[in-house]
Design a protein around this ligand. Structure first.
Ligand code: 1GP
Length: 245
């Protein structure tokens, strides 16, 4: 079974949590140990990516350290074609659909596609849109941010992603966002598509994770929480358990 098939199958049974690690935020050793803790807490995959990376080596070393420490699938979450790693299991082959810059919509993909072909890293197509406040991802990605209450536009992007054949759809508020994607937007998007819905950005509190899952998020991604939480195993387990409530 491919990782994409596994994700789709699992989302039919339960809510999933993915942990995002940015190689620029900690050493590979620490990333490996955070990933292990995330696995113990019940996270289902480790995503690796960030918008301020400086070398491919950083990504390779972080992916290798994570692979050495956990059995979870490691999925690249790339900001461009330069920072891919052959050691990863899969890559979110994601198009930033509301970017004004075609590089993020398709051109970086054209550059990165031969790498994916040669390494055999599994590509998982994903429609990706950034909603207010958008944070660094919104700025670097030159996104025409979806207004936080513009449900119609969010639903349009979600449907377009599905009709373009994308396997997943991701509503992103931006890492460290002061407010996450609204429950109302999640509910409307979930109702309109059949592919799994991913939600991330600004989700730190147990209550928020529960609300987003109840509203219809199939997969919740947390990044900042992994860096901030003192008792990570318990803190993350609380979030993951609350998603099932
Ligand atoms: C990654 O935006 C998510 O796409 C992560 O957001 O760092 O706020 O959890 P946080």
């Amino acid at each position: 079974m491919t990782i994409a098939e596994y994700i789709v199958k699992m989302t039919k049974k339960k809510k999933l949590h993915f942990s995002l690690l940015d190689p620029d935020k900690q050493s590979p050793e620490i990333a490996g140990s955070i990933a292990k803790t995330a696995e113990e807490a019940g996270s289902s995959a480790i995503m690796v990516g960030g918008s301020t990376l400086v070398s491919q080596r950083q990504v390779d070393d972080t992916v290798k350290a994570i692979k050495g420490n956990t059995d979870l699938p490691v999925i690249l979450f790339p900001s461009g074609a330069r920072f891919l790693s052959k050691y990863a299991d899969a890559i979110f082959f994601m198009s930033l659909l509301n970017s004004r810059n075609l590089d993020y919509v398709i051109r970086e993909h054209v550059k990165g596609a031969p790498f994916v072909k040669h390494t055999g890293v599994e590509p998982i197509s994903m429609g990706y849109v950034i909603v207010e406040p958008g944070m660094t991802a919104g700025k670097i990605g030159e996104a025409d941010l979806i207004k936080k209450d513009d449900i119609e536009t969010a639903v349009g992007y979600a449907l377009a992603s599905q009709y373009l054949g994308m396997k997943l759809f991701y509503l992103e508020a931006g890492s460290g966002a002061s407010f996450p994607v609204s429950n109302k937007m999640i509910r409307a998007v979930k109702k309109s598509i059949d592919i799994p819905l991913i939600v991330g950005g600004g989700i730190r509190a147990v209550k928020t994770a529960r609300q987003k899952a109840q509203a219809g998020a199939d997969i919740i991604i947390t990044g900042t929480k992994l860096e901030e939480e003192k008792n990570l195993k318990q803190g993350l387990a609380n979030i993951i358990n609350a998603m099932e409530d």
